[in-house]
Design a binder for this molecule. Structure first.
Ligand code: 6PG
Length: 250
């Protein structure tokens, strides 16, 4: 069962009883974006990593492998850990194993971040790839769809609390570091995220419930990087499981 509730919050929130229903809703977003493109055009979609996506990608690849021409999508990443592509922590590796290989995406449609490269050099190379391959709106590259996760500290992409300057950077991508592990990351910046046509957060788990409530109730005044996501001309949809939404009913 799904319900869309209005909290007098400026963006749409959908809450799902089952992860399969949440995954189905996310697939429908992908399907609509691909269907909206003209003949010969490809959709540009940026994916996040972490743990939530794997089960969502497994559902989508098992259920919709043949329902979409997956090669009408150019696959990008919202952020990447600076590790080789076969490393256990690589967002590319996770996406490749749970989605790309299963639905048969050709290499030419995969624009991964070279996590094995020198970070500052790679941030520039990847930024140039984005600029060269995306539609430009308001003078900036515009993704058709960006899929974000949110950490239990309110981070999104690889922009962590206390580093909102990275969100507001003038660059397309920045080099970041994880506040606990120190792991170097490459991340899209907020200007690019907010320039997308559709932004969809996928948030699951009770450990996200507190930050979800704060962000919905306080908006940007909460100060969390995830609260700064606010599309300039597109729309923002939060797809939550019940656990992540439990504190929204207060
Ligand atoms: C990453 C992600 C990151 C992720 C959040 C939430 O590289 O880890 O891009 O931003 O979306 O950490 O991760 P979970 O959904 O697994 O909790």
């Amino acid at each position: 069962m799904e319900n869309t509730v209005n909290y007098n919050y400026r963006h749409e929130i959908k809450i799902f009883d089952e992860i399969s229903l949440l995954a189905e809703s996310f697939y429908q977003l992908i399907f609509e974006v691909v269907k909206s493109k003209n003949v010969g055009e490809k959709a540009s979609i940026a994916f996040s990593g972490g743990n939530t996506p794997a089960k969502i990608f497994d559902y989508i690849s098992a259920t919709h492998k043949d329902d979409l021409d997956w090669n009408k999508i150019n696959f990008f990443w919202v952020d990447e850990r600076c590790v080789p592509p076969d490393h256990a922590e690589s967002n590319f590796k996770m996406t490749k194993e749970h989605l790309l290989d299963k639905v048969g995406v050709n290499n030419k449609n995969i624009f991964r971040v070279f996590g094995e490269a020198q970070p500052a050099i790679e941030a520039k190379r990847y930024s140039d790839k984005i600029v060269d391959n995306l539609e430009i709106k308001s003078g900036l590259p515009s993704f058709d769809l960006i899929f974000l996760g949110m950490g239990d500290d309110g981070h999104t992409a690889s922009i962590f609390p206390g580093n909102n300057s990275l969100f507001n950077s003038e660059k397309v991508c920045e080099v970041a570091s994880h506040p606990v592990s120190g792991q170097t990351r490459i991340t899209l910046t907020g200007r690019i995220i907010n320039n997308a046509s559709i932004i969809s957060f996928l948030v699951t788990g009770s450990n996200k419930a507190e930050k979800m409530a704060e962000i919905v109730l306080k908006g940007e005044t909460s100060g969390y990087p995830a609260s700064l996501v606010n599309p300039v001309h597109g729309k923002l949809i939060w797809l939550l499981d019940k656990e992540a939404s439990v504190k929204l009913y207060i």
